[in-house]
Design a protein around this ligand. Structure first.
Ligand SMILES: NC(=O)c1ccc[n+]([C@@H]2O[C@H](COP(=O)([O-])OP(=O)(O)OC[C@H]3O[C@@H](n4cnc5c(N)ncnc54)[C@H](OP(=O)(O)O)[C@@H]3O)[C@@H](O)[C@H]2O)c1
Length: 217
């Protein structure tokens, strides 16, 4: 598959690129194509440090999204609408994946959802009619994903309304040795999944945990 990772120059974007590059064409997107090209080169080097190879290229966000099968929105919540505006002209039938978590921090991290109920449902409203959103990966810490450590086992809670799109993301997740995909139901469940991230960050902060994740026993 061609997987576009918009804002893929950031923390979690790198983790997705490293884990999928061996089997898929990874298209790192950025507001600046030069920044994406530099990131892509660094990711290829990181792969070769692990004696792995993969196709990772850098583009501006719009070029990365054009012709992709899957688009992952790895940008902070406040910038998602701007990025969708940039790529909207090339959106057609790509599967849109949201790991986006709207949250604020005062003394603790708090979930701060939009009026639609979740970031994923708000994103759905921004897309051309007929497109669908799969919400996933909110509870996967970038440090763990980038480590490529197969000993790290974590569950990925995945929700969405379009069966075919959700199954495609479940299958992609299953390819990553350290991840177990779990179907969490319709997109309306996104609010429950997104709200776990600030909880995990508070647990990390208060208990000195590094990169905590979720495992359902
Ligand atoms: N980090 C994690 O462990 C983690 C875990 C689960 C979910 N998430 C979610 O994944 C998303 C990305 O997280 P992250 O930690 O990877 O974020 P990040 O590193 O802070 O930022 C990702 C990218 O967003 C782009 N960006 C920054 N400001 C922008 C703006 N004004 N307009 C458009 N793009 C902008 C940048 O790319 P360019 O400068 O190249 O355009 C940046 O590299 C967030 O929604 C977060 O909630 C993160």
């Amino acid at each position: 598959m061609k997987i576009a990772i918009l804002g893929g120059t950031g923390d979690i974007g790198e983790g997705f690129a490293l884990n999928w590059a061996a089997r898929h064409q990874i298209r790192i997107g950025s507001r600046k194509s030069e920044k994406a090209e530099i990131a892509a080169e660094q990711y290829r080097e990181a792969l070769s440090d692990h004696e792995l190879k993969g196709g990772i290229q850098g583009f501006d966000n719009r070029t990365a999204a054009e012709g992709a099968d899957v688009i992952i929105l790895t940008v902070p919540y406040t910038h998602v609408s701007g990025v969708i505006d940039t790529v909207r002209p090339v959106l057609k039938d790509q599967i849109i994946v949201s790991p986006v978590v709207p949250m604020i921090k005062n003394e603790y991290f708090e979930y701060n959802p939009p009026k639609q109920g979740s970031a994923a449902e708000e994103i759905l409203e921004m897309l051309p009619h007929g497109m669908s959103v799969v919400a996933a990966y909110h509870t996967i810490a970038s440090g763990r994903l980038c480590s490529l450590d197969p000993a790290f086992k974590c569950d990925v809670l995945i929700c969405g309304d379009d069966r075919r799109s959700k199954d495609a993301i479940i299958a992609l997740t299953d390819e990553v040795e350290c991840l177990r995909p779990l179907d969490a139901g319709p997109l309306a469940a996104a609010k429950m999944i997104e709200s776990l991230t600030p909880l995990l960050l508070n647990l990390a902060m208060l208990n000195h945990l590094k990169d905590p994740g979720i495992k359902v026993l």
